[in-house]
Design a protein around this ligand. Structure first.
Ligand code: NAP
Length: 212
């Protein structure tokens, strides 16, 4: 697949390298392509603007700060994202510091960032994924207990099928939690995941659902 990744940070670079390792083609989108010149050269991947990454990708990834996501989609352009699968690892974290290890979100439990984005861009096919694990363990993590669980949701079944395929390739078992409303539960998993990090500097865990 051609994958357009919005972002220049750890998540964009890690998922970008993961897609490349699995034989896909990648273009990272950023306001500052020059800062990714070295990454682009060592990884043999394209780097461009948000609009260029949107045009390049048949599948897109929204690896940007939650509070910048709406702006980034505007830069990308509504026509360029219409009809495309958008993997959404972003989290609605505020600028306020965590309180006793607990991050603060700008959404409520009756709302989520992905639902807001889906509402503003009804033709795009958002799928929440990769938001509840640290970037270090996103691609083919190895745990003695077996593959960890990737919680996904979204309104488009075919889009979720594509993302489940990516999760499979990246070494995860997928738990489809239903429509976009489930992002109200999946996004706060980020808060839970970060607590051992902020309290005990433990950042290498992942969630796994156990079945009978
Ligand atoms: N880091 C992790 O381990 C991790 C794990 C799971 C989920 N997440 C989520 O994944 C997303 C990306 O995380 P990250 O740590 O890789 O990077 P980040 O520092 O949260 O975000 C970096 C990206 O946000 C863009 N950005 C920031 N402010 C902007 C603005 N005003 N307008 C347009 N773009 C703006 C930057 O664009 P430019 O390139 O143009 O500067 C950059 O590409 C976040 O939502 C985060 O919560 C992170």
């Amino acid at each position: 697949m051609n994958v357009g990744i919005f972002g220049s940070g750890d998540v964009a670079q890690t998922l970008g390298a993961g897609f490349l390792a699995h034989g896909h083609h990648v273009c990272l989108g950023t306001r500052h392509p020059e800062k990714l010149a070295e990454w682009s050269a060592t990884h043999h991947a394209k780097v461009g603007s948000f609009a260029e990454a949107a045009a390049f990708g048949e599948v897109l990834v929204l690896a940007v700060r939650g509070d910048a996501a709406e702006d980034v989609l505007k830069f990308a352009g509504d026509d360029a994202i219409a009809g495309k699968v958008i993997i959404d690892p972003s989290n609605p974290i505020t600028a306020a510091p965590p309180e006793k290890g607990v991050l603060k979100f700008f959404t409520s439990l009756d709302d989520s960032l992905m639902e807001r984005l889906q509402q503003t861009h009804p033709k795009a096919r958002f799928v929440k994924a990769f938001n509840s694990v640290g970037s270090d363990r996103m691609v083919n993590p190895t745990y003695a207990q077996g593959p960890p669980t990737m919680f996904i949701c979204g309104n488009d079944e075919a889009a979720k099928h594509v993302v489940a395929g990516v999760c499979d390739q990246f070494g995860w078992e997928t738990l489809d939690c239903g429509t976009a409303e489930a992002a109200r539960a999946i996004e706060p998993l980020c808060i839970l995941w970060c607590i051992p990090g902020f309290l005990h500097d433990e950042w290498t865990h992942a969630f796994k659902v156990l079945h009978d």
